[in-house]
Ligand binder design. Structure first.
Ligand code: HEC
Length: 104
């Protein structure tokens, strides 16, 4: 099998057919709790209000569900929130449900 085919199979395994979300069935409610505790204050400091302008502003950085997951992982390590991958998934699920509404 060539490299590309291997990657393709790996992607299929990572996102089984039928699993619509890259974060599986992670619970957005748990994500909200984590997010409000460890992420919101700094975004509020930057944008005021409830900080959600960070996610809805013109020129925001993200455009897909995978972008959200990656960004949450990056912020997790930058802020030393020390979340497990399951917790990153919950926060990503929350951000999409509440703010981004990406379909893919
Ligand atoms: C110390 C401040 C700070 C903390 C804490 C912080 N962020 Fe951020 N966040 C930022 C800044 C600044 C940006 C904008 C980066 C840019 O525009 O290049 C950002 C951007 C983002 C974005 C992308 C917004 C867009 O453009 O669509 C997401 C998602 C995000 N943060 C999630 C998180 C999560 C999840 C946490 C908690 C683990 C977190 N942030 C904690 C400062 C912070």
């Amino acid at each position: 099998m060539n490299k590309l085919a291997t990657l393709f199979v790996a992607a299929l395994l990572a996102f089984p057919v039928g699993a619509a979300e890259p974060w599986g069935n992670a619970d957005p409610k748990a994500g909200k709790v984590l997010h409000d505790k460890q992420c919101v204050a700094c975004h509020v400091h930057l944008y005021g209000g409830d900080g959600s302008t960070m996610y809805t502003r013109d020129g925001r950085l993200l455009s897909t569900k995978l972008d959200i997951l990656q960004r949450v992982a990056t912020c997790n390590s930058q802020t030393k929130a020390a979340w497990f991958p399951e917790e990153e998934a919950e926060v990503a699920a929350y951000l999409n449900q509440q703010f981004y509404h990406f379909k893919e």
